[in-house]
Every structure is written in C-alpha cells, then in structure tokens.
Design a protein around this ligand. Sequence first.
Ligand SMILES: Nc1ncnc2c1ncn2[C@@H]1O[C@H](COP(=O)(O)OP(=O)(O)O)[C@@H](O)[C@H]1O
Ligand SMILES: [Mg+2]
Length: 292
Amino acid sequence: MAKRSPESRGNLGHGERDVLTDADRVRLTRSISEQVYPAGKRGRLSILPSGSLGGKDSAHDVYFAEDQVGAGGVVAIKRFRRLESAEHELAAMAEIGERGLKTFQAVGKGIYDGGNLGYALVTERMPGLTTMNQIGWRDARPGEPDYEDYATTLRSMATYAGELHAAGVAHGDFQIKNIGAASTVTGSEFVTFDVEGVTFSDSAEDFAFDGKRIEDLTKMTRTLVSAGFLANATPVVFEEELTANVLEPYWDANPSGMVIEQWPAVMAVAELERPRPGTTAGAAGYLALSQV
Ligand SMILES: Nc1ncnc2c1ncn2[C@@H]1O[C@H](COP(=O)(O)OP(=O)(O)O)[C@@H](O)[C@H]1O
Ligand SMILES: [Mg+2]
C-alpha cells in the first residue's frame, strides 16, 4: 500500500465534497471513541442514523454520534484531511470564544487522529441550531409572506456580521449556510462556526482585513439573495431593501468607511443573483407586491 504523507491524507480537487463511506465513519467513530473515553469500552460513541448532513450543508460531510454510556451527549464529527486545517479551526474557535462570540465547544482535546482517514474535529452538538439557509420561509406562511419577518431576520443577520467584524473577526466563508442561530430565527443568538478560513485583526488601519470584511459581506449578501430573501423586486426596490436591511444595520454595528466605499461593488454582485420578475418570495418581493 502506498504511504501517504502525514500532512495530507488523501487529496481533493477544488470544490469536491469530502465524503466518508459508511465503513469509514464506523472506523473513524470507533477510533474517536477509544481516544475520548480511553478507559471505557469500545464503540461507546454510536453514529446517529440521521446523523449525516448531506452535501448542501456540509462540504466536510459532518455527522453526529451519541455517547451511549455516559451522559448521552451528542457530538458533531468533522473530518479534515490535513492536521493543520483542523488545528487552525480549533484555535480559531478558541479565540472566537475569547472575543465573546458564541461558537461550538470542543470535546476534550478537540482533534482526534483517525489514522489514514485523517483527523476529526469533535464538538458538542449545539441543540436547536438553525442555519440561515434552512429557514422555511415558504412553508412557514404559504401565500402570506410577512415582510417584517424577512426584514427582522435580515437586519439581525447584518447586525451580527457587523458585530463579528467589529470584534476583529473576518469569517472567510460567510455564506448563509455558515451563519447559525442558537434558537429561533428572530431575536436569537448567532453562532460562529466553520472558521477554518478566519482572519483576526485589531488594527484600525488594516487594509487586508478590510478586504476580508468586504468578502464576508459580499458572500453573505450574494447567498441570502440567491436563497430568496429578496426577490421579485425592481432594481430600485431591491437596492433600497438591501441598503435598509443589510448595509444600515451592518454599519450601525461596525461603522467602517471601507464598507460604504465598497458597497456599490457588493450590490453589483448581489444584483447578479436578483431573481427576475415573476418570482414572489422574499422581503423585497413582498414590499413590491404590497405597493401595487
Ligand atoms: N457542534 C455542532 N452542533 C450543531 N451542528 C453542527 C455542529 N458542528 C457542525 N454542525 C452542522 O454541520 C454543518 C457543517 O459544519 P461546518 O463546520 O460548517 O463544516 P463544513 O465545512 O462541512 O461546512 C453546519 O452547518 C451545522 O449545521
Ligand atoms: Mg459549513
């Protein structure tokens, strides 16, 4: 059998999903179990049947397992091929916590060696976590979108982005699927995770960091538009809605000149995702319809 480099156990092409087979998961879980509970018996952690998230929400094929012997806690298992990447994410989570932001809690030492399967980052599953791409807008109020629901959610998400940035954290992969809320949609506490690509900075004049913040804002805006948060709007309503519900709350939480300067560029990217007339979801769509 060919020897693999210890730095990277297996390689993936760009954009490829990192899928474990069922057998891989069983082996990896057993190995973690032996390391987390060294004195316990084998196989103490068991994979939850509906534990895997699927490709849409997890490029790393995160899955959940339950401690069958102890307190019955559930853990989330995220496999990395490179130790360095797992270590970077673990260190970033610690620093995010120190900066007063909510994030996942590592189980024990956090990273467990999975042999030729790579390295597992193990966290306590946060119960009731909802990610912003999972909100069932259309199901919640069929035929009756509530403008305030959309707008409140958008504003609280944008406020959270501003708070994150003001705390010196640029996320690095700020798609709405990586924005979590700990309980309900509105008025809940946001959770920062999937932070392998995070950047920290406490300098007021850090242009590279400003660039990272703009990247976050662009990615958040683009993904929330493509998920139907704002739709069926004329360009003017669309722009007004984005400004009122994203830029302004963001700006209130993180007054950065750079963001104002770059906002037209963020808007141009969002405009590419703007659903064309005929679709009726989203805050701007509701506003556009209610004004007719
Ligand atoms: N500790 C946890 N508690 C609850 N859900 C989790 C936890 N860890 C991961 N998840 C779920 O798994 C998904 C994927 O995890 P994430 O860190 O974003 O990795 P990926 O790189 O695969 O996107 C998250 O969007 C979240 O829904
Ligand atoms: Mg993710």
